[in-house]
Write a protein that binds this ligand. Structure first.
Ligand code: NAP
Length: 254
C-alpha cells in the first residue's frame, strides 16, 4: 500500500494529452494532486484525460499552449493559477523528435526540436518559478532522455536539446535553491504510441532485439516512469535537487 499523498497540491504537466505525460497526470491525480493537463494540438485527448480524472472525483483542467511560445506559456500559467490558486509542481514533459541524419538535417528540424524540448523547458520553468519563489516552495521535474548521455543515430537535434535540459536543470537547481527543487528524469525506451511508430516496434522482431539490450528484460511502460515522477513530486525526494533519475531497465548505466 503506497502512503504517498499529494492532496492539496497543484501540478502542471506539459504535453499530458497522451504518452508519458498522460500517465503521469493520471498517477499524480490518483494521489490527490489537482492537475493541469497541457496540450498544444490534441484538445480532445487532453479533455478525455481531464474527464477521466474528474470521474474518480479528482481535480483536473485542460490547458492549451505551445510551450515554445512565451505569450502562450504566460497565458497558460495565469489560467492555471487563476483556476487552482497556485502551482506547486511543474513537469516539463512536452517534447518532440524529428530524427534525420546530420547531413540532411534542415534548420527547421534543428530549431523546432530545440524550441519545444529546451526553450519550452526554460520558458515554463521561468514563468512557473516566479510564483514558487514568492511562496518559497515548489518542485520541478524536467524530462530529458537516456539518449542525452549516450547519443543516438539521426538524433543530433533531440540529443542536444535533451543534454541542454540536463544543464538547465542544474542551473535552475542552483538559482532556485533552497526553496524550489529541480531534478531531471531520464526515461529509456518507453512504450508510447509515438515510440512504437517511430522505432517500428509493431514489428515483433524489432521489439525483441531492443528488449535484448535491456538488462531488466522489458521496455518501460508509462506507469514505470510515472512512479519515478511520483517520488520526485512527493516529500520522499525533499533532499534532492539538481539530480538525474534514470529509469531505463539498466540499458544505460553511465
Ligand atoms: N517515450 C520514450 O521512450 C521517451 C524516452 C525518453 C524521453 N522521452 C521524453 O518524454 C516526453 C514524453 O514523451 P512521449 O513518448 O510520451 O511523447 P508523445 O506520446 O509524443 O507525447 C508528447 C506530448 O507532448 C505534447 N506536445 C508536443 N509539442 C508540444 C508543444 N509545442 N507544446 C505543448 N505540448 C506539446 C503533445 O501534445 P499535442 O499533440 O497536443 O502537441 C503530447 O501530449 C518527451 O519529452 C520525450 O522526449 C520519451
Amino acid at each position: 500500500m503506497c502512503m504517498i499523498s499529494l492532496a492539496g497540491q497543484v501540478g502542471l504537466i506539459t504535453g499530458a494529452s497522451r504518452g508519458i505525460g498522460r500517465g503521469v497526470a493520471r498517477c499524480l491525480a490518483r494521489h490527490g494532486m489537482a492537475v493541469a493537463v497541457n496540450y498544444s494540438r490534441s484538445r480532445k485527448e487532453a479533455e478525455d484525460v481531464v474527464e477521466e480524472i474528474r470521474s474518480w472525483g479528482g481535480k483536473a483542467m485542460a490547458v492549451q499552449a505551445d510551450v515554445s511560445v512565451r505569450s502562450e506559456v504566460e497565458g497558460m500559467v495565469a489560467r492555471v493559477e487563476s483556476a487552482f490558486g497556485r502551482i506547486d509542481f511543474l513537469m516539463n514533459n512536452a517534447g518532440i523528435a524529428v530524427d534525420v541524419p546530420l547531413a540532411e538535417m534542415s534548420d527547421e528540424a534543428w530549431d523546432r526540436v530545440i524550441d519545444v524540448n529546451l526553450r519550452g523547458t526554460f520558458l515554463c520553468s521561468q514563468v512557473v518559478a516566479r510564483g514558487m519563489m514568492a511562496r518559497r516552495r515548489g518542485k520541478i521535474v524536467n524530462v530529458s532522455a537516456a539518449s542525452a548521455l549516450r547519443g543516438r543515430m539521426k538524433g543530433a537535434n533531440y540529443c542536444a536539446a535533451k543534454a541542454g535540459v540536463l544543464a538547465l536543470t542544474k542551473c535552475l537547481a542552483l538559482e532556485l535553491a533552497p526553496y524550489v527543487q529541480v531534478n531531471a528524469l531520464l526515461p529509456g525506451f518507453t512504450l508510447t504510441q509515438d515510440v512504437i511508430e517511430r522505432f517500428g516496434l509493431h514489428d515483433l522482431e524489432a521489439r525483441r532485439r531492443l528488449v535484448e539490450s535491456i538488462p531488466l528484460g522489458r521496455l518501460a511502460d508509462v506507469e514505470d516512469i510515472a512512479k519515478g515522477v511520483l517520488f520526485l513530486a512527493s516529500d520522499l525526494s525533499d533532499h534532492m535537487t539538481g539530480q538525474m533519475l534514470c529509469i531505463n531497465g539498466g540499458s544505460y548505466m553511465g
